[in-house]
Design a protein around this ligand. Structure first.
Ligand code: NZQ
Ligand code: ZN
Length: 391
């Protein structure tokens, strides 16, 4: 196991009705003038936004609002939010929504107190300081409610990139699983896929002897395989929603990723798809991840065979472990199809003629050095092959 530090100070309030504590928690974490940030309408339609506003008012917290965050959040709204926060002397950003709203809130929180252009953080500069961010989560998926990351798309060139820094971890996150019952089966499945992807990005590692985190990841994958289809089939199943919601946080706050190197090429390859075609991040991952697995499994056949046996219930073929590894990948792909995810580029509206450009941007765009991936180092021609495996 590698050396690591792990500091994850987010306060979680989990369960039915917890959003009523929003105002109290903002105060507890030092906020007095809040930017209330939300998305394209679901939080308004369900009455959630009104409940949060009431809670702020009851606690004497003043607020200004900025809605309209779209999935794959854009830099334009971030600049607008930064201006607004400076003008209104905002000291706390409260995100009400999914990963897109939370990521936009984090970008605004960092940009408001930074003298330069906030996009520098998305070109590799670490975020050292930001206004405190709180969240009221409405979808189990990205894990931004507990992560130190934010992903934003710059309209100029449609570049989708991530920023990171401990200052971006939310100071509190309110997780009420009942709020996710209004999600469509498709969005629910996108979320499940993203959570699985966050686990696989960490599972495929070159670090040896990481049994504890291996077992944590396998346990979470097994839980997702059990609970995911229950929530897709019955959106009102509170218990399934509750398990998914906590799994999403656990999958990405890095408690399962400490002490080991991680891959993340599939995320980089996917981000090009959601930047260019504006598809849901989870759907893009359903297309990319099985293709990535088929391309790289020979790097460590036994690790792929291990997950096939422990998670997908395949029997180990000791004479031919490669067949076990491939059976695990097939089981993953079958699971994705069973919850309604596309596993081919055509399912995202992606075009074969764009592959060269997608692979080039993944490896070189925004200052990248020509390679991606920590488990297997991929060059542009490898990335092209992975997109082709998904045709
Ligand atoms: O805008 P509204 O109307 O709320 O609609 C959203 C949106 O259309 C809808 N939705 C959310 N909660 C709902 C709901 N509809 C009905 N009922 C509810 N309770 O769902 C749609 C998707 O929302 P979004 O926030 O985009 O989903 P998600 O949480 O999957 O976030 C995706 C973004 O997170 C990034 C992705 O790249 C993508 O941009 N990621 C962020 C990470 C991080 N910060 O740590 C890590 C991830 O790997 C990921 O890259
Ligand atoms: Zn993701």
């Amino acid at each position: 196991m590698n050396n690591f530090t792990f500091y994850s100070p987010t306060y979680f309030a989990f369960g039915k009705g917890e959003e009523q504590r929003a105002g109290q928690l903002v105060k507890r974490f030092g906020g007095s003038r809040v930017l209330l940030h939300y998305g394209g309408g679901s939080a308004v339609r369900t009455g959630l936004l009104d409940r949060v506003k009431r809670s702020l008012e009851e606690n004497g917290v003043s607020f200004t609002q900025l809605g309209g965050v779209q999935p794959n959040p854009r830099s334009g709204l971030v600049y607008e939010g930064i201006e607004l926060c400076r003008r209104e002397n905002v000291d706390f950003v409260l995100a009400v929504g999914g990963g897109s709203v939370i990521d936009s809130a984090k970008a605004i929180a960092a940009g408001t107190i930074y003298e330069g252009d906030f996009w520098e953080f998305y070109q590799g500069k670490s975020v050292e300081k930001a206004l405190p961010v709180g969240t009221v989560l409405t979808i189990a998926a990205a894990g931004s409610e507990g992560s130190p990351d934010s992903v934003i798309t710059r309209e100029d060139g449609m570049l989708k990139r991530g920023a990171s820094g401990e200052a971006l971890r939310p100071v509190f996150s309110i997780l009420n699983p009942a709020l996710t019952q209004t999600l469509s089966p498709y969005q629910t499945a996108c979320g499940i896929t993203d959570m699985m992807a966050h686990l696989f990005e960490r599972y495929f590692t070159t670090t040896k002897e990481v049994e504890v985190t291996d077992r944590m990841i396998e346990g979470l994958l097994l839980a997702l395989i059990h609970e995911g289809p229950r929530a897709v089939a019955d959106p009102d199943n509170y218990e399934a929603r509750a398990n998914l919601m906590w799994a999403g946080m656990m999958a990405h706050n890095n408690s399962c990723g400490v002490g080991r190197n991680q891959d993340w090429a599939s995320h980089d390859i996917e981000h090009e798809l959601s930047a260019l075609y504006d598809c849901a991040h989870g759907a893009g991952l359903a297309v990319v991840f099985p293709a990535w697995m088929k391309y790289v499994y020979k790097k460590d056949v036994m690790r792929f065979a291990q997950v096939a046996v422990r998670v997908w219930g395949c029997s180990m073929d000791f004479a031919n472990p490669e067949s076990t590894a491939l059976a695990g990948i097939a089981a993953f792909e079958h699971f994705l199809t069973s919850i309604g995810m596309p596993t081919r580029l055509s399912g995202l509206g992606a075009r074969e003629e764009d592959i060269g450009k997608l692979a080039h941007t993944a490896c070189y765009g925004n200052g990248r050095q020509g390679h991606i991936g920590g488990f297997v180092c991929l060059q542009q021609q490898d990335v092209e092959q992975i997109y082709r495996l998904a045709l």
